[in-house]
Every structure is written in structure tokens, then in C-alpha cells.
Design a protein around this ligand. Structure first.
Ligand code: ATP
Length: 272
């Protein structure tokens, strides 16, 4: 889905979700995100690529309103995030961070139920709607049979899926995920990305695996030292020249029907 007004003018139309306009974040005198603009189209899946330390996690935090921008603005339906407020933002935007610290004494179901907090009035008990959202999120993440298990006994991959379930229970319209396939075996990586790509939710997902990004993302944004170096469809962005420039590695890109497939070449030998 796309928003013609935003495409026609190149500037965000109101009421169309989340936009970053020339956002920058300066930490210890260093620009770690440097003038990034991203206008999300409702329902699309945008992959955030870039080497270690290129600013992906920081950009996701700026988009979530967890970190304030040093310059530039993030807007939700045309309103700057600080104006929208934490609670209203949390009803719209769910995030899954790379490293999540969760109280270890909670069960999986209780962790997932944390996603309902922005929807509940202070001190009010969970409603039937809350319970249903939690049950559905557990089911979607394949964790129904782990619901009563305590969080600290979960494997790394199961914890990752529990965090995804928490984000789904939040029923967001925008979902921001930081390397959600870390720790997951290949079946669960594909299951998770299938699930995310099929959600009627606008998603930004930081990924390291270029082939998974090519398979599942509608659009890619590539960061290098905090700056956008490429943006477009996977076929437009994932060229051997870009991969060499950004990651310093040689690759062949095959354009199979549907999406590009990247084959990395062994370093030094010049042979696959
Ligand atoms: N609070 C902070 N204080 C100082 N430097 C920071 C802080 N947060 C991030 N950085 C630096 O900013 C840069 C970007 O970090 P960020 O975590 O956004 O990168 P990334 O692209 O997500 O990296 P990775 O792929 O390794 O997860 C890094 O060099 C990091 O060391």
C-alpha cells in the first residue's frame, strides 16, 4: 500500500503514520544518526541495513520516541512524538529491542501481557479483550504451550519470540524490530519474517542478513556511519557495488523472479 499524496510531494501527508524528517542524534560529540529521512507507507515492511555501528538501533529508538532527536523531527500522523506523548505513542508503536531485560520471575504469558499496559487504564485489571489479545499473540508466535513457563527458563530463540508476542499483544499499527531473527533457527527465522510480512502493520526491521531482507522487505534503507547511503526496493538497492561500498565484500547478485539473491564471494581467492 502507498500514499499517493506523500509520493507526489515527497513530503509526509498528515494522518499517514510515522515519518522521520532529517533526524540526527549526537552522542558524546559524535553524530551517530545523521540527517535520515524516512516516510513510512502504511502496511509496508522496510528493512534497515548497514554494518555494525552504522546507527540502525539508534534510528529505531528515535522512531519509537525512546531517544530524543538532536535535530530533525519524528512525527506520528503529522504530530511530533514528544507532543503525542509516551502513552499514546505506545498504543501505536511497538518495539522489539535486541537485548531485552525482563523481570525473571514472570511467566511467558505475563511477559506477553506487558504489551497490554498502554491500552489499560491505571490500576484497572486486565479485561477479556486484553486476555484475548495475549492469547492470540502467544498463538501467532508459536508459544501457546510455553505460556505458563517462567521467562528465565526460555531458550534465546523462545525469548525472542516471546518479545515478538509482547509486541503483537500491543496491537500496534507501527512495529519496530531490531534484529529479531537473532538466536532463531532457520525455520523460526522464516516463520517470524512470514508472520511480520503478512501483518497489516507498518514495520521497520533492522536486519543483517541481506538475503532475508531481499526476500521479505518491500523497501530497504541502508545506513553507513549514520547516513542514508541507499534507499529503494531490494532489487534497486542490493547491487554488487553497494555491497562492496558499504560492507567491503564482493558479491554476485542474481535476479531470480521475485527478489534478488546474493551470493558472497570468498575473500582473497576471488572465487565463490
Ligand atoms: N549511548 C551511547 N553512547 C555512546 N555511543 C553510542 C551510544 N549509543 C550508540 N552509540 C554508538 O553509536 C553508533 C551506532 O550504534 P547503533 O547501536 O545504533 O548501531 P547499529 O547499526 O545498530 O549496530 P549493530 O549492527 O552492531 O547492532 C555505534 O558506534 C555505537 O557505539
Amino acid at each position: 500500500m502507498s500514499t499517493p499524496a506523500a509520493e507526489d510531494t515527497g513530503s509526509p501527508a498528515p494522518d499517514t503514520g510515522l515519518h522521520a524528517d532529517r533526524v540526527a542524534r549526537r552522542t558524546d560529540g559524535r553524530l551517530i544518526v545523521d540527517g535520515v529521512t524516512l516516510a513510512l507507507r502504511p502496511g509496508e515492511t522496510v528493512g534497515l541495513l548497514g554494518p555494525n555501528g552504522s546507527g540502525k538501533s539508534t534510528l529505531l529508538r528515535l522512531l519509537a520516541g525512546v531517544l530524543p532527536t538532536s535535530t530533525g523531527v519524528v512525527t506520528l500522523d503529522g504530530r511530533p512524538l514528544p507532543e503525542v506523548g509516551r502513552r499514546a505513542t505506545a498504543r501505536r508503536i511497538a518495539t522489539v529491542e535486541q537485548h531485552t531485560h525482563t523481570q525473571t520471575e514472570l511467566t511467558v504469558r505475563e511477559v506477553v501481557a506487558l504489551g497490554r499496559i498502554p491500552h489499560r487504564r491505571a490500576w484497572s485489571p486486565a479485561s477479556a479483550v486484553d486476555a484475548r489479545a495475549v492469547t492470540e499473540a502467544l498463538e501467532r508466535a508459536g508459544l501457546t504451550d510455553r505460556a505458563a513457563q517462567s521467562w528465565h527458563t526460555l531458550s534465546g530463540g523462545e525469548r525472542q519470540r516471546a518479545q515478538i508476542a509482547r509486541a503483537l499483544a500491543q496491537e500496534p499499527r507501527e512495529l519496530l524490530l531490531d534484529e529479531p531473527t537473532n538466536h532463531l533457527d532457520i525455520q523460526h527465522q522464516l516463520d517470524l519474517l512470514d508472520l511480520i510480512a503478512d501483518l497489516p502493520v507498518t514495520t521497520v526491521i533492522a536486519l543483517h542478513d541481506l538475503n532475508l531482507a531481499a526476500m521479505y522487505c518491500d523497501r530497504l534503507l541502508v545506513l553507513d556511519t549514520g547516513r542514508t547511503v541507499a534507499e529503494g526496493t531490494p532489487a534497486e538497492v542490493l547491487t554488487p557495488a553497494l555491497i562492496k561500498e558499504v560492507y567491503g565484500v564482493d558479491a554476485e547478485v542474481h535476479h531470480d523472479p521475485g527478489h534478488p539473491v546474493i551470493r558472497f564471494l570468498r575473500r582473497g581467492s576471488g572465487t565463490p
